[in-house]
Write a protein that binds this ligand. Sequence first.
Ligand code: 1PZ
Length: 205
Amino acid sequence: MEEDGSKSPLRLMAEAFKDLAATVNSENPEVEVGTFSHACSLVSPLFGCLGIAFKFAEMDYVAKVDDLAAASKSFLTLQSLLDHDIQGSTVRKPGSHSRNLLRVKRGIDMVKILFEQILATEGNSLKDQASKAYAQVFAPYHGWAIRKVVAAGMYALPTRGQLLNKFNEDENSARMHMETYVAASAPVIQYVDGLFLSKELGVDW
Ligand code: 1PZ
């Protein structure tokens, strides 16, 4: 039950990605950096529900999304942002827009897998679902120390019920928004991967 549907963070997230998906699925997709970074910024409220252990994930994610938002003043599309780093040989350089784009893409992918897991399971713990999403998306790229901290943080996650409460959702409205996000984020994630791969930049770094 949403007291004020227009303010539901899950709904805002789902709708922003639905719009992005429509762009990506159009004939000649041109995804604007500003539209993309705005949609990604709507994921941030999730962190508020995760507890203190995930504060550092939030800081890193938000900094990278902010960098993309700032880049939108210089580059109209994700494609032109990548081209700029290719020309300067700065694609993999720490802090580059392209590198941040790849990290942010992983963030929205992790949320997608987490929601898929939540939709597919019952029970009140989120630990297994979150661990699985992290293992698939981030663990291969994080060193031992970060993986340990994340694993410890998994014990401090809220329960499913607490998460829905914080989002001001009941099971049905939450399911609906999560399903929308899962369906809409898939082509967006694929599109970003496709951009990197079409320019032979790889996505496994
Ligand atoms: C209920 C779900 C629990 C979700 C837990 C999410 C855990 C992610 C933990 C990430 C710790 C981030 C610490 C910093 C990592 C950086 O070294 C890397 C590489 O950055 P670079 O070298 O390019 O500057 N950063 C990342 O890999 C991006 C991390 C973003 C994390 C976003 C997670 C979004 C998921 C939210 C789920 C609700």
